[in-house]
Design a protein around this ligand. Structure first.
Ligand code: IPM
Ligand code: MG
Length: 353
């Protein structure tokens, strides 16, 4: 059966890294006899400029029809449109809500070779292999907003059901990893965090007694991600904390450009996107690091195309290219930098038998 992949390049460096991701996807699909069809649609700031809507109806229909959605990045460099509903980022939130992808998986696994680029000492990066499960369709991102000239507010709310399902997802992952879940909240201040902590403790005790659970306040977690990252296995947290902590955690990999993500929920539909943004300062210069996108393709191969073998091949090819000193400017240090295209060529070369 053919798997339909909706391709949303978006804005900034989105189209460049998408091009890299699709080249790798096509090569690996051919090698592994995967039957895929890709269909591209406008999304984000470019859709707003062309069609007056960051998430046009035809794009929406395609995403609902597709087995997986692959996304570059969204955002406009200039001032945002006055109507908040028309902001590119709002289009992304609507897409996540439409697909019901409540669990955003953000693995952080430093690759030897890229870590010289990290400001952290090598001993802080050794043995780091963690995954952040970020709640993606609730919290302050989706609460009521009041926006006035002198006063503004954003409501943060969570239901026990929203907490339960994402905690279950995280605990299930931990079962096949090192059996440890760290739940991150701000229960000393926030009511939503107290609910989060109570529900998490209950779900873990009732359904996952064999998994070790620790609770950590978000401020302490931010520090420990830099001081003791290797101690973490699966981290689970609410939407905004997960957004912030994963940009921070990407520093462990050498660059924000390295980190992929998969967003999953009920059913098979899933969304794959690198965690970086549009990087308007380097847009169109063929220098962006496509690793986050290529590794997101690997996550798609595993989770939506049922081909863990192809996923491992792509990950190995990325690691091999970096180990062979082919690196984009963000992780090249003093060494020569490869362009986006050259790096992608190097990955493709290493996919060959
Ligand atoms: C991310 C991004 C988005 C988010 C923005 C673009 C809305 O920062 O995917 O991490 O905050 O979720
Ligand atoms: Mg972010």
């Amino acid at each position: 059966m053919t798997s339909l992949i909706a391709v949303l390049p978006g804005d900034g460096i989105g189209p460049e890294v998408m091009c890299a991701g699709l080249r790798v996807l096509r090569a690996t699909a051919a090698r592994n006899s995967l039957d895929i069809e890709t269909r591209e649609a406008p999304f984000g700031g470019s859709a707003l400029e062309q069609l007056g809507n960051p998430f046009p109806a035809a794009t929406r229909d395609l995403c609902l029809e597709a087995d997986a959605v692959l996304l570059g990045a969204v955002g406009l460099p200039g001032p945002p449109p006055a109507d908040p509903a028309l902001r590119p980022e709002q289009g992304l939130l609507n897409l996540r809500a439409l697909l019901g992808v409540y669990a955003n998986l953000r693995p952080i696994r430093p690759l030897p070779g890229a870590t010289d680029a990290s400001p952290l000492r090598a001993d802080k990066l050794a043995d780091v292999d963690l995954i952040v499960v970020r709640e993606l369709t609730g919290g302050v991102y989706f609460g009521d907003k009041q926006e006035g000239d002198d006063k503004a507010s954003d409501l943060c709310s969570y239901s026990s059901e929203e907490v339960e399902r994402v905690v279950r997802y995280a605990a299930d992952l931990a079962r096949n990893r090192r059996g440890r879940v760290t739940s991150i909240d701000k229960a000393n201040v926030l009511a939503t965090s107290r609910l989060w902590r109570t529900v998490t403790s209950r779900v873990m005790a009732d359904e996952f007694p064999e998994i070790e659970l620790e609770h950590l306040l978000v401020d302490a977690a931010a520090m420990r991600l830099l001081t003791h990252a290797a101690r973490f296995d699966v981290l689970v947290t609410e939407n905004m904390f997960g957004d912030i902590l994963t940009d921070e955690a990407s520093v462990l990999t050498g660059s924000l450009g390295m980190a992929p993500s998969a967003s999953v929920g009920e059913g098979r539909r899933a969304l794959y996107e690198p965690i970086h943004g549009t990087a308007p300062d380097i847009e169109g210069r063929n220098v962006a690091n496509p690793c986050g996108m290529i590794l997101s393709v690997a996550m798609m191969l595993e989770l939506s195309l049922d081909s863990p073998r192809a996923a491992r091949e792509v990950e190995a090819a990325v690691a091999a290219a970096i180990a062979d000193n082919v690196r984009t400017a963000d992780i090249a240090g003093e060494g020569p930098a490869a362009s986006t295209e050259e790096f992608t060529d190097a990955v493709l070369d290493r996919l060959k038998p």
